[in-house]
Design a protein around this ligand. Sequence first.
Ligand code: SME
Length: 160
Amino acid sequence: MYDFTPTPGQPKSALYRDLLEAALAITEGETDAVANMANCAALLAGFLSDLNWSGFYRMIGDELVLGPFAGRPACIRIALGKGVCGAAAATGKTQLVADVHAFPGHIACDAASRSELVVPVRRGGAVIAVIDLDSPLLARFDAEDAAGIEALAAAIADRI
Ligand code: SME
């Protein structure tokens, strides 16, 4: 049994350090990308509060395709440049959106989502996936969340 749980009340820096350690531990030696993304999606849901969706979209051909996630069923294919995920994939840059209703072209997979953080996962210079986090709270994510998820993306890029 795996028991990776966050320490209640810990500062974000420690939370993201523990999340990164857990993700590296659970994916260690495993070559199956789906298994590794599935476990990372579950860790994100377990470590981060106030999320209604956490998971992966994979770059397949010229579009993003839904990958392992925790949350309600979601849009399956997202064209490059469309929505928050498509913007992250197209630009290679993290998208930190305080209010998704104010983001042009936001794709409302879950009507409960109010803020969103999308981080590209790069391997060999190319975006191979994005990590998408949705929250029902406005402005749930800040620069520290972005940095924490960027570090996670870099750490698992060779394992997904
Ligand atoms: N809202 C995202 C689509 C993915 S769902 O949130 C899971 C977007 O605009 O890209």
